[in-house]
Design a protein around this ligand. Structure first.
Ligand code: GDP
Length: 445
């Protein structure tokens, strides 16, 4: 079956030093022959794979001077023949070259089509492809690490190993089914039980890493709350080091939830600055108050800001709303007062940027926690978590059914567990799941 040539600009669509345009399929080299004139003696048809050649790239109305490299199937990203052009990274340059390539019979790749082909050709698993997209989309070191764990097939290896154990169990049951008693032999019972227990334990170990992994991937949500004028916007600005929130003396000017993100020790922290929580006639502000409550419910940490020069009953009221949350209480404006408050975890001045480094490290400790090894392996994809939960449920049902249900029923539960695990690596994933995953990619990947 012939595989059509697909092409796309693989780098970001903006002015840049260099850009990469990629063609993958049956005959990318024959397209390259028509648009690339190498400087040296070797013609395109005789290009040695994996070697960069310098030359002229011809678009329709202009030429660029760049490089061309040929990756020979199956040793390429997609597993097909691939040609890459490295041209200058101007928008008109890349679009012009791509247009030329398309006019020579290649088709514009759909979202994630290169990676989908790589998956279909067995170059990577489904979870590896997901790790790749996580890495590309990540804005923090910890997000990159979580993606890399998937991308390098570490999770797939564990899943494959668990599936192999389950396959052995199924074989054992199958063998025993040939006996008339319709029950497991005593020795098989022991072996099947112990293997299922081990698999469930290992599934549990993976599940346990999800909370942290998800946080590392998506970032930590920190809601900044407090009555108006305590300095929440100022603090957010100071943390972000630029003026995102509007700072004002008039109570209640921060009406929308303002979001900003910073990196603390490689982890992304997303801050939400909310309107002061208090009763108000102001409808817009009322909305702000509603949003504040949403922030209260959805934050990993609440940063409650008090104005040290103006602690009142309103603060007490807000405190009663937040005291049971994961809470950090900061007393602000230490530059103009030195009041002590028994609720305080830290004293700061947003205006003078006093004690903000200490505040950042407290925020880290209260969410990620001390001593968490960010180089560890973490589950970060909800899809994987859901599949593992399903697998655990099926395998636990089988374990509990040993001796009580017939062997074929037992085998069905165990096979369902095997299938659920296979969804992660893609061995048993449906077309819908696969298409959904690749749709999240950009065109050039
Ligand atoms: P918000 O309503 O809680 O967001 O408060 P703002 O950030 O708008 O600050 C209210 C007022 O307090 C502004 O005039 C700020 O300049 C002032 N302010 C904020 N932080 C400090 C601080 O650390 N020290 C002093 N002296 N004033 C501050």
């Amino acid at each position: 079956m012939s595989v059509d040539n697909i092409a796309a600009i693989s780098t970001a669509l903006s002015a840049s030093g260099v850009a990469v345009i990629r063609i993958s399929g049956e005959t990318p080299l024959s397209i390259a022959e028509k648009i690339f004139t190498p400087v040296g003696k070797t013609g395109v048809a005789d290009f040695e794979p994996y070697k960069m050649y310098v030359g002229e790239i011809h678009a329709d109305g202009f030429n660029d001077f760049g490089m061309c490299v040929y990756f020979k199937a199956p040793k390429s990203f997609t597993g097909e023949d691939v040609v890459e052009f490295h041209c200058h990274g101007g928008l008109a340059i890349t679009k012009g070259i791509l247009k030329k390539i398309l006019s020579l019979g290649a088709r514009l790749a759909t979202n994630g089509e290169f990676t989908k082909r790589a998956f279909m050709n067995g170059k990577l698993s489904l979870s590896s492809a997901e790790g790749l997209i996580d890495m590309i989309n990540s804005e923090s070191e910890s997000g990159v690490k979580a993606g890399y764990y998937l991308y390098r097939e570490k999770l797939t290896e564990e899943i494959n190993s668990l599936q192999d154990m389950i396959t052995d169990v199924l074989a054992q049951i199958d063998a025993d089914m040939d006996f008339p008693e319709e029950d497991l032999e005593e020795t098989s019972t022991k072996a099947v039980k112990s293997t299922l227990e081990t698999v469930i334990e290992r599934v549990d170990a993976l599940l346990k890493t999800y909370r942290t992994g998800r946080t590392l991937k998506n970032g930590v949500r920190v809601g900044i709350v407090g009555k108006p004028n305590t300095g929440k916007s100022s603090l957010l600005n100071a943390l972000l080091d630029y003026d995102k929130a509007i700072v004002s003396d008039i109570a209640g000017t921060t009406r929308d939830i303002v979001e900003g993100s910073i990196d603390i020790d490689g982890v992304r922290f997303n801050f939400f600055d909310t309107a002061g929580i208090r009763d108000s006639e102001d409808k817009v502000e009322e909305l702000g108050v509603v949003l504040s409550k949403k922030v209260l419910d959805e934050s990993d940490l609440i940063l409650f800001v008090l104005d040290g020069s103006d602690i009142t009953a309103d603060d007490e009221q807000i405190y009663s709303l937040v005291k049971d949350k994961n809470l950090l209480v900061a007393v602000n404006k230490t530059d103009k007062c030195s009041i002590k408050d028994e609720r305080a975890d830290i004293y700061i001045s947003a205006l003078k940027k006093d004690n903000l480094e200490k505040l950042k490290s407290l925020i880290y400790d209260k969410t990620i926690g001390q001593g968490v090894d960010l180089n560890g392996d973490f589950l970060c994809e909800e899809r994987h978590y859901a599949a593992l939960l399903k697998a655990k449920e099926k395998l636990a049902a089988a374990l509990n059914g040993i001796g009580l249900v017939s062997l074929d029923i037992l085998a069905i539960d165990i096979k369902d567990g095997w299938d659920a695990l296979g969804e992660i690596s893609g061995r048993t994933a449906t077309e819908d799941i696969i298409n959904n995953i690749f749709a999240k990619f950009c065109v050039g990947k």
